[in-house]
Design a protein around this ligand. Structure first.
Ligand code: SF4
Ligand code: SF4
Ligand code: FES
Length: 247
């Protein structure tokens, strides 16, 4: 199968542009395989990031024909326009600056409390609540940290300075649900979720099978006083149709 890949190359919008590569590949190959072919056979300056190759680490997320995918689980198509996740800080080509995104989230989340305070809060939790929280926190760790939700969140993209984005909200819920870590005030949850538009677009694009983001937003929604009341469709074909709304 002959494919054409237009890949965005550069370190920022001002100096970047699309470069086209055409070559034969197996139709069963993934986008990551195509990037490997380009790197090894045509262009050793191409930058892309991956680690696991089996849709678990989230490192290979990028846009393919305007839709966010994990490159290691997206099959090749005859024509592909490949770009980095949009409006996230860029290092080069398809590689976003994940450190900057995490640093920004960390700046907005509450400080860790001291050990004594954690021990006291643990004593107040009954067995059933602790079990529920442990189950929730395990499910929340099924997030691949691919940052697709972050890139597709309209609020984060337009005005993310005081809003940690969907990944930030998920990390907030990971912190809250883990009984060995900390509980924090409803004011924090309200403040950090206040900018959420409740559009559900982050969930629709999440590639994680166990839907950690759905649980995180459910938990936020249940918390009294929080602003999140999302309305989300499913995940699947709908994402291709809906993408035109906000890309
Ligand atoms: S529901 Fe919409 S605004 Fe809220 S975090 Fe998700 S994508 Fe962003
Ligand atoms: S919640 Fe889903 S989309 Fe967001 S970083 Fe985790 S796996 Fe990716
Ligand atoms: S390489 Fe790990 S998710 Fe794609």
């Amino acid at each position: 199968m002959r494919i054409t890949c237009e890949i965005w190359k550069g370190t920022d919008e001002a100096d970047g542009g699309f470069v086209t590569y055409e070559f034969e590949t197996d139709p069963g190959n993934m986008v990551l395989d195509a990037l490997e072919t380009i790197y090894h056979e045509f262009d050793p300056t191409l930058s892309y990031r991956y680690a696991c190759g089996i849709a678990r680490c989230g490192e290979c997320a990028m846009m393919v024909n305007g839709v966010p995918y994990l490159a290691c689980e997206k099959k090749v198509e005859p024509f592909m326009r490949i770009e980095p996740l949009r409006r996230l800080p860029l290092i080069k080509d398809t590689v976003i600056d994940r450190r900057k995104v995490f640093d920004h989230i960390q700046d907005l989340l509450p400080e860790a409390r001291d050990v004594e305070e954690i021990a006291q809060s643990l004593q107040k939790i009954d067995e059933k609540t602790a079990k529920e929280k442990i189950e929730n926190s395990i499910r929340l760790t099924n997030c691949y940290e691919c940052m697709i939700c972050q890139a597709m969140c309209p609020r984060y993209r337009e005005d993310g300075e005081d809003f940690p984005g969907p990944l930030g909200l998920l990390i907030l819920m990971q912190m809250r649900e883990n009984p060995a870590q900390r509980t924090f005030s409803k004011e924090w949850e309200t403040m950090l979720s206040a900018s959420c538009l409740s559009c559900g677009k982050c969930m629709r694009y999440c590639p994680a099978e166990k839907k950690p983001l759905r649980l995180a937003l459910d938990l936020l929604e249940r918390a009294p006083g929080t602003a999140v009341r999302y309305t989300c469709g499913g995940y699947g074909d709908a994402r291709i149709q809906e993408v035109a709304d906000y890309v």
